[in-house]
Every structure is written in C-alpha cells, then in structure tokens.
Design a protein around this ligand. Sequence first.
Ligand SMILES: CC(=O)[C@@H](O)[C@H](O)COP(=O)(O)O
Length: 256
Amino acid sequence: MLDSFTVGNTTFSSRLLVGTGKYASYNLMRDALVASKSDIVTVALRRAGTTQSEEDILNYIPDRMHLLPNTSGARNADEAIRIARMARELGCGDLIKIEVIQDQMYLMPDNLETIRATEVLAKEGFIVFPYMSPNLMDAKRLVDAGASCVMPLASPIGSNRGLEAKGLIEILINSIDMPIIVDAGIGRPSDATIAMEMGASAVLVNTAIATSSDPVGMAEAFYHAVEAGRKAYLAKCAPKKFVGSASSPLTGFLRK
Ligand SMILES: CC(=O)[C@@H](O)[C@H](O)COP(=O)(O)O
C-alpha cells in the first residue's frame, strides 16, 4: 500500500490518479480502475450524468473512489467556473480539476485563465486541482490564488511522449510547498517512476492505460511503477558519480 497524501482537506491512499476517457468499453474502464488501486478518478463533467440514450459513466466508477470532475471543454475562466459550479450542484463534491484549453493542436493549458478561475473557485470553497504548463511564476500565482495543488503537464495530453518537461517540473517540486501532481503525456510506467523518484507527490495517467493493448495489465503496471518511484524517493537514490568505484572493495580481507 502506498503512503497517503493530502490535497486540501482530502487524504488519498494512492498516489496514482486515473482518468476515464478512451476506454473501449465502460466495463473495461471499471476493471482497469480497480486494477490501478487508485482512489481518485477524474471525469469530464460533460460525460457524467449524460443523456438517457447513453449509460451513465458514473455507474462504472467504484464507490470507494473519490471523484475529481474536470472542466474539460472550457476555453476560458468563465466557462471553467460555470462547469465547476454545475459539478457541485450535481452532487460531485468540492474537488475540481481546472482545465482551460484553447489550443486545439497541442492542447496546451492557458495558465492565465486557469489562475483566474482558481481565484474565484477557491474563494467558493472548491479544492482546486489546476492543470498547467510548468512555469514557476505561474505556479506561485496559482498557490496565491488558492490552489490546493499544482498539476504541471509532462507533455501534451494524450501524446504518450513522457516527461519532456522534466527539468521544469523539477523546479516546481523544489520551489512550491504544495503537492505537485504530474499530469498528461505520461506514456509508460517508467515515466511515472521517474516522476515519483524526482519527488512528485502523485501522477495522473489516462491515455497510456486506456489505449494500451491490455488496460487492466497496464493499470497494474502503473500501480507498481508509482509505488516503486515513491519508495525510491523516500529511500533517497544514491548519488551519481562520473568515475567508477568498485562495488565489492577488498577491504576487510586478509591479503598476503
Ligand atoms: C483525463 C485528463 O484529465 C486528461 O486531461 C489528463 O491530462 C490525462 O492526460 P493523458 O491522457 O495524457 O494521461
């Protein structure tokens, strides 16, 4: 079992956050969510409690999981605020992941509008999880605006390109006194391990699990990857050296 972490007033037992998009079926999604051992799942509000003709995705989310509605589809702060308020009215709770995106090619988040939305929603009592392009000054502005964590992207959503923003995320981890959840673009379990070894509080993964050949097996792999990375971080990795040094020194042996 992973050690817990807290965002706002909520403590999570797992440091792996998962998404609900791109699964071949809701049954497969549910099985992968269970296999991930995650206890927090993000869902686009536009997909929750949908039309009568479509089955409600919420019925396939295990009861024990915390719901993290997201504002996917919002193009500015006002739209994100409206979606967040709707989520709360629908009974989805106070957690909200803010995603504000205008760029349709790379799906880059708009940090400025995200900060604006965070300021309004935090004042209304929401526990705000803002998705952002990793930038130290903007991360500080998000904290000042009342964010409960910061979610820098590793690379574009759905790209599986991995930790392309590694160095910038490291700066946030070293400078921001708030949980850092690495979100988007994590393509392989090893990416998640590296993010956790660096000291990230958690990672969010969707596409890499949902679009693998075996989402249930991949969800299990991500569970172990996050656990391994966290344990390595706590155990503090040994320093790198430029030159070799014998792993089995001969000291302590009697030599003639
Ligand atoms: C589901 C969700 O919130 C995505 O917007 C998120 O950023 C995940 O990205 P990947 O699909 O690249 O894992």
